[in-house]
Design a binder for this molecule. Sequence first.
Ligand SMILES: [Zn+2]
Length: 151
Amino acid sequence: MALVKCKECGKEISNQAATCPNCGAKTETSIKKKHNIFVSICIITVIIMILLCVYFIHTSNPINKYKHEAISILEQYKQDKDLITIKELSQQLEDLQHEFDKQYKYNDNLSYSIFSNGLGVISSSISIDGRYDSNLSNAKIDEYIKQLQQY
Ligand SMILES: [Zn+2]
C-alpha cells in the first residue's frame, strides 16, 4: 500500500482508497476500477453476441436440426433397447426423413438431398439389420451416429 496525493485537496491518502477521506473526491484507483469493470462488461457482451450468432447460424441450418434429432433417436434406442424394436427405430428415422423431405425436398440445395439420402440409407440398413438380429449392437449404432455426424 502506497500513499498518493489527492488531486483535489493535495492531502496524502492511500492509493487503495476509493475516495479521499479528507475531501471526499474520487481517487484514480476508483476511476480505474470503474473503467476496468466497464471494459470487462463490454468484452463479455461481445463474446456472448458472437456465441449467439454461431448458435443461430448453426441451428438455422435444417440439416443440423434433423441430424441432432436422428442422433438422439439412435441414442434413445441404445438406452431403451427393450422398449423399442428395430422396426420402430427404422420407422422413426424414416418418418424423420419424410418430414425433412416435405419441407426441403424442392429446395435447390444439393447438401439437402445428400442428407436426405444418407438418412434414408441408414433407416433402410437398420431395417435390413433387423431381419438378422433382434437388436443392434451399440457399436453398430455408434457407426450410424458417426455417419450422421459427417453431414
Ligand atoms: Zn482530498
